[in-house]
Design a protein around this ligand. Sequence first.
Ligand code: TRP
Ligand code: ZN
Length: 879
Amino acid sequence: MRSEQAKPVRLSDYRVADHVVKTVYLAIVLHPTATRVTADLVVERHPQGQADAPLVFDGDGLTLTAIAVDGQPLAPEAYEATAERLVIHRPPAGAFRLRVETVIDPQANTQLMGLYRSSGTWCTQCEAEGFRRITYFPDRPDVLAVYTTRIEAEKKTAPVLLGNGNLVEAGDLAEGRHYAVWHDPHPKPSYLFALVGGDLAEVTDTFTTVSGRVVRLGIFVEHGKEDRCAYAMDALKRSMRWDEEAFGCEYDLEVFNLVAVSDFNMGAMENKGLNIFNDKYVLALPDTATDQDYAAIEAIIAHEYFHNWTGNRITCRDWFQLCLKEGLTVFRDQEFSGDMRSRAVKRIADVRLLKSHQFAEDAGPLSHPVRPEIYHEINNFYTATVYEKGAEIIRALKVLIGAEAFRGGMDLYLARHDGDAATVEDFIACFAEASRRDLTQFFLWYRQSGTPQVGVKTRHDPVAGTFTVDLAQSHLPTPGQTDKQPMVIPLAFGLIGPDGAERALFTEEGEAMPGVIALDTAQRSITFSGHPTRPVLSINRGFSAPVVLKTDLTAADLGFIARHDSDAYNRWQAIQTLATEHLVAASRKGAASVENQGAETLAEALAGALAEAERDPAFAAQALTLPSESDIARELGSDVDPDAVFTARKALRQAVGSRLDAALGTVLARFATPGPYAPDAGSAGRRALCNVALDLWASGGAADRLAAVAARHRDADNMTDRFAALAVLAQHPGAEREAALTAFRERYRADALILDKWLALQAAIPEAGTLARVEALLADPAFAMTNPNRLRALVGSFASGNQTQFNRPDGAGYTFLAEVVVETDPRNPQVAARLLSAFRSWRALEPGRRALARAALEHVAAAATLSADVRDIVARSLG
Ligand code: TRP
Ligand code: ZN
């Protein structure tokens, strides 16, 4: 483990590496506990580096066995090698060859960073700082080298040997051994290095690029799982085509390989030509994966593939620039999924995710800018803010400068910076140039943390025929940032007449106006002419800017927007706003009644969405999905009582359920999809509608209804419907639920990924017995403390997905999480730190729970040894 309280890294301290590596030849002899790594490096001084600087390379837990410069072994006094560092006191002035030999133990690597073993397969994870756990190296993204990798292993245990780039040589050796040599012609930073060795099955295909080159595609999985790769392969080919068409990005190697492993800290990794995936985001069959799983596989396959240009060909100068590749690549994968599926429904799903994860993060102690300026542990900055808000900023930029200038900026960026380790400034400069605009103020989106608030008030003057919109932006303080400047906030908008038709936009002077307001001052008023009757303002259409809106729209206005807006996103948002306003009031008052004006309008809006279900079932499903408990808690902002929130939401669900009972019954009968399962967006939308309808229809908990849900569970011919019915049953205690859970456990006993769903569902049951159930499940053979997917399924789902039980009034949920974190930390700091961030909203709780949460965090802080990862999260959470 690294040192306890290392100094922070600051953006302002950036300077080039004194020594850079131009060529890497790695010879790796795979062995379970003693893998030998020989690195032959061509090292040069950086022209801008310090002239007589010693050579200092990074290491992490390394043991040096040999070292030579230009073929001569180094004398012991000429260098110093610790687990963390290699220093050569007086390296040659010109370019030289450095040979370094290390021995590492992949079997003992439980952090899953560097070279480790997953179910017997050797694999690597080098982002962000894992390469230094394989060999000494300037392990920073601005050192770009050409890599050749020779992998040697026993043929029986590792018949498959994969590396970055193209295979250049392979053959048999004595004593049942063999080797393969891979060469990657594209210079890359060390975090993109990868290798895999193991006994894996291969599914192959080909892709012909736009210029006619044939690329060999391979997906490598555990034997017996070959039949679960078809969807991933299809998603990969569609991604490759889409990137050519949408961004002019063509693939640049002879092969593209993708490996699925079952022990992985995150979703997947974009290593050049050799993407490595959490198997959860590759494997899918109708009986094993839900529609949501299919959509996630499609998005993540695309995301990693798109990194080939945005991340690999153009990489980051330093880790402060992480959003340069992640925000942009998320934006690209969202656009891809939007093109593959329904654009509006995809946008709604993305905004839901943004609000639930990123807005929550930005409202608490872990809030940070999209481009941070200081970090203690970079692993903790793979956040919703860097990824999701990073993508939103790019989307907002596109709204601000227009699609054409945006594409021009992207083309310029890809052409100008190909082969570079770039900065966010480099990126934004391309759009400034393409749009001929000054984007200095826009850059504040990268520097200022927190979610901007935009207040909107409207005035109508029937005599003058004018309609005035008063806008005001404000910014709450966030950690390290008290004074903030006004930002440029692009708000797409429209005015809707009483007939439901879109009105033309004219200024007071009668000039035509575009449908975007760039709010770039603290306050601004805009007056529109030609409105003898009052129009309704639809603003932040498509969620054009990631802000919290506070409008003076009445319940009637919102109901009107829900019916008439040409912008589907705002139709959905209007319904959400109606529901949220009701739920916030009910949570505060402890009043569960829906008998107020907004609730009546909400019920009508939901009925309207249901009536439209035929036209767009996926949209109707989104409309009928009420804001989550954590959404409501975020709106409450302070003094949150999760039990009151739960009660309010449950009451609304039941009220909506009984009010729409007949219509829900009709939907259930109408959309129950007969025929074979297909994962396409259209069929998925019909299933989604059916399954929210099922939840509402059964929300009263009547015995005959639950029996019908249990029957649907039993008879379902696909995982989506089977699991959705189980999730409905999980909300209602009783014999039906327990029997269905047992049957599910039995049916999928050999399938760890499916049992993760079973674990997660039970951990999310909103009942007092859940903590005991979770503790019991720790001993179930389906669970393993050492596997990140199992931990996230059981403990992560409890801590992040169960508001009432994690936040038990007796604090037992907090104590439980704190103990799991302390136990996991020595083994896997990255996963432990992530679990701990479930405390990110603790300060918004009511005083009793707040004190208990603080005590649990302090308990973690007091642990004898803590990783840099957990120490950083705990310090910032308490800070
Ligand atoms: N670069 C990866 C992605 O977004 C993220 C990632 C995968 C990662 N594994 C990691 C980040 C391990 C940090 C540590 O696609
Ligand atoms: Zn990524």
